[in-house]
Design a protein around this ligand. Structure first.
Ligand code: DHE
Length: 516
């Protein structure tokens, strides 16, 4: 009898119990768009690092039903539930061979779409310095908006999942975008043309442009690298592996920022307690790459100096710091870690931490702004898990005020010409309502709900500070234009999940009301 049951199981097993051949399924159904190596192609990369923001259950649903407003179709009519589950599991596994993305692979990905014509005049009649670049994250498009009439001038597809602010050349003519999959795109705002693209990483955080507009820096989680590109044609110039001072431990690069009056990039590292400064000036003086305590020798030794273009200085910090903001002269950096409480002030001139600030509740310093109030230079930041704006006095780095908001928020914005600062509550139940704070009294001046029940977030002002533009951050969303004094709606443009919007003038002048 037992033999009969075993035989029955053996006969049924291949059909009923065999695991799907997931590698074959992937090649048949996914590889054409996502690459045989899962590095991406027409579709995004399908590697664990690139999927950290997508829940596995949602991945199954995307494979089954597709993704609205993209070319990702659903496969539920072709694949069984088991096949779909197996594919969803596969994409969260590291590939058998770690992907390589060095200068050769980067250079091979470079695409020149059109030659730049420096003599070309703007093809639109709008004020070139009052344009807005609006990222529509719902269907991966960018809209260029006339900032006086609030009329769209052009809308074009972007790479999948742009993240971080686009960066503008000092004259405001060219803009660079970075995508989470590592694609960097250069776009001409005079001719409304995409000029060139390159894939500088596999999983990228953000980009920065040097103050003279000559170099683009790209911060990567995968591989662990900072990549420097020629801003003219995106040609890769250098790849700096992110390793600690002894070259032993590598680190994800959290973000890179331009420090205009230092003529440098400042680099945040996720896994090693160091901050880097990379000179973008041939005349940069010698810097020691750092001082380190050597356990082997029981002494502190100085490491070699470097000087000139891309001179690389390391600042050791006690705790990991990966979310930064700067004071307006870039002498100080205020940094916090996503898993820590409090913030650290680093004096970039002397190259060491000089104060700590009691800021719990996950301050989102990357979105912080600074402003002058009664002669004091203040910094204000939202918190990712507290319904509050914290205001810090840069004279002594004390917390000067705590202003309650409608919920934990992500972004904050103001402008020199407005008395108000705007912030969202997009991470809490009151996510449909913006809080407007009076910078003079540090009190709440108003609350604005662009569309009840729909997420409202991310504000940008026109170049004059007269209008504030707010995103209704939904697939059937909108860009809502407010009179920045009267706090009254003046126009509404339908858009597909608009996320960030960036005013050319405010960005190139480093307006004190915007994160840089
Ligand atoms: Fe961002 C900017 C980090 C999640 C939308 N985000 C930045 C910057 C950093 C950062 C370091 C500044 C870089 C710059 O502008 O050059 N963001 C992080 C994270 O660590 C975090 C919390 C987790 C992650 O997975 O990356 C994160 N960010 C998000 C989102 O979920 C948002 C809301 C939607 C999205 O598109 O991913 C988001 N981040 C943005 C936007 C900016 C940004 C729109 C630019 C803000 C600006 O006004 O300059």
């Amino acid at each position: 009898m037992r033999r009969c049951i075993s035989l029955l199981i053996a006969l049924l097993a291949p059909a009923a119990l065999a695991a799907p051949d997931v590698d074959r399924l992937y090649i048949e159904h996914c590889a054409a768009c996502h690459g045989t190596d899962r590095l991406g192609g027409l579709g995004p990369a399908l590697l664990p690092e690139n999927l950290s923001r997508l829940r596995p259950a949602h991945a199954e649903s995307v494979i089954a039903k597709g993704r609205p407003a993209t070319q990702m179709i659903g496969f539920s009519d072709k694949l069984s539930a088991e096949d779909i589950a197996a594919l969803a599991k596969l994409i969260y596994q590291p590939p058998p061979v770690a992907p390589v993305w060095n200068l050769a692979e980067i250079e091979a990905s470079r695409i020149i779409h059109a030659a730049a014509d420096p003599a070309a005049k703007p093809v639109h009649g709008a004020d070139p310095l009052n344009l807005f670049v609006v990222v529509e994250s719902g269907d991966h498009h960018v809209t260029i908006l006339d900032g006086d009439r609030f009329e769209p001038l052009h809308r074009f597809p972007s790479r999948f999942a742009l993240h971080g602010g686009p960066k503008f050349t000092p004259d405001g003519r060219y803009v660079y975008f970075g995508s989470r999959d590592g694609w960097i795109s250069k776009y001409d705002l005079h001719t409304l043309t995409l000029l060139s693209e390159i894939r500088a990483g596999i999983n990228t955080r953000n980009i920065a442009l040097s103050s003279d507009g000559r170099f683009v820096a790209v911060a990567n989680y995968l591989p662990h690298s900072l990549v420097l590109l020629d801003a003219a044609d995106l040609k890769p110039l250098r790849l700096i592996e992110a390793r600690d001072i002894r070259g032993r431990q590598s680190s994800r690069v959290s973000a890179v920022y331009q420090a205009p009056n230092r003529k440098s990039f400042i680099v945040a590292l996720k896994d090693i307690p160091e901050i880097w400064e990379i000179a973008t000036d041939e005349a940069a003086g010698p810097v020691y790459t750092g001082l380190v305590h050597s356990h082997e020798k029981g002494m502190t030794e100085a490491l070699a100096a470097s000087a000139g273009l891309f001179a690389h200085r390391r600042i050791a910090v006690e705790t990991l710091l990966d979310d930064f903001m700067f004071d307006p002269d870039y002498r100080h950096l205020l940094g916090s870690s996503r898993d820590g409480a409090g913030a650290t002030v680093v004096n970039l001139n002397v190259g060491r931490p000089i104060a700590s600030v009691a800021l719990d509740g996950l301050p989102h310093l990357g979105s912080g702004i600074s402003f002058l109030r009664e002669g004091r230079r203040l910094i204000a930041t939202p918190h990712l898990n507290r319904a509050q704006i914290s205001v810090i006095d840069t004279a002594d780095w004390s917390v000067f005020a705590r202003i309650p908001t409608g919920g934990p928020g992500f972004f904050m914005r103001s402008h020199e010409n407005t008395p108000y600062a705007w912030t969202d509550a997009m991470l809490g139940p009151g996510r449909d309502t913006m809080t407007v704070i009076d910078k003079r009294s540090l009190a709440v001046a108003g609350r604005i709900t662009p569309t009840p029940g729909k997420t409202a977030a991310h504000v940008e002002f026109d170049r004059h500070g007269r209008h504030a533009l707010v995103s209704v951050w939904e697939m059937d969303g909108a860009l809502v234009v407010y009179d920045a004094d009267a706090l009254r709606e003046v126009k509404r443009l339908p858009m597909v999940k608009p996320s960030g919007k960036y005013n050319v003038y405010n960005k190139i002048t480093f307006s004190e009301g915007t994160s840089h």
